[in-house]
Write a protein that binds this ligand. Sequence first.
Ligand SMILES: *Cc1c(COP(=O)(O)O)cnc(C)c1O
Length: 367
Amino acid sequence: MSCDFVALANVGVQGLHPYQAGKPVDELERELGLTNIVKLASNENPLGPSDVVKAAISAEFAELTRYPDANGYDLKTALANKYQINTNQITLGNGSNDVLEILARTFVSAQHEVIFSQYAFVVYPLVTQSIGAKAVAVAAKDWGHDLDAMADAITDKTKMIFIANPNNPTGTCLSSAQLLAFLAKVPSHIIVVLDEAYYEYADEQADTVAWLKQFPNLVITRTFSKAYGLAALRVGYAMSNDVIADLLNRVRQPFNCNSLAIAAACAALQDSEYLARSVALNQQGMKDLESFFTQYDLPYIPSKGNFITFDTGRDANPVYNQLLQLGVIVRPIGGYGMPNHLRVSIGTEQENQTFKAALINVLELGK
Ligand SMILES: *Cc1c(COP(=O)(O)O)cnc(C)c1O
């Protein structure tokens, strides 16, 4: 090649590894010629989309030639009503991943440091390093956030702190008392991003949105990808004080939320029956998998999300690959520094059954 383009890239980008998504069903079908594949790799809602959402999307087809509402008025209004905040405190994103990146690009420069926990969501180091800022990963405690150590890691250069609660990929969850004590310690010029992608599944649903009044440096992110079952449509949002929201909206791409996504999200907010059913199915499946892991002496990390991470007791990659051969896709998390663990999303009863049978087969459990 005539030119070393890698050397031309921003220094932070040179060291990046692309995000590794869960393996798509179609890809495994192509590779192995399998059908009836069970995908439990991306913490998607196993119920599929609700009928209410499908109807809302169909109704939107007539408007496909139009640009979306750049301000997402309908969705922001619905969210503002739900949370009793103002629409000018909401920033919409193309999934909450988009919002996480917008946050970093709005506040963080190359000279800054960004703190998050070891085993926390991989998007935090990605967005930090792409800016060229320093990613500070603080050692975990019991697979979760060690908030005392994270507070100790704050320096003059710290600009942002990411906390995933419940955490992905470990499913650990901090109490509101722990979070509040931490927020009280963080200087107000440091933005604390509380990523609540799994909020709807957690058993303690603290009114964290109410904390925005007390902590102007707090930003809460949530998503429609998990409990609301809209992962394909890419819609998430941040809630913050209005000044921060205004800044985020300057950086945000004007049409980052498309019309179908906005219509679907508005409909999903109305469909409380679907949400309740999703959470109930998850609780049932979680119990089922916990007793399965207990029965076969596989250590697992108790999870408050819609997934559970367990220790295979060996290098998990061959286990992952053998599960693929049996048509079951889970998530290897060696990239998180957990080479012996696998993360499995909670599926339908049937999907969980298929996963358990495949794992028994691969690990020769009970022999
Ligand atoms: C799944 C997930 C998200 C949400 O991603 P979207 O972009 O909204 O689909 C955000 N944070 C964490 C920790 C997640 O696991």
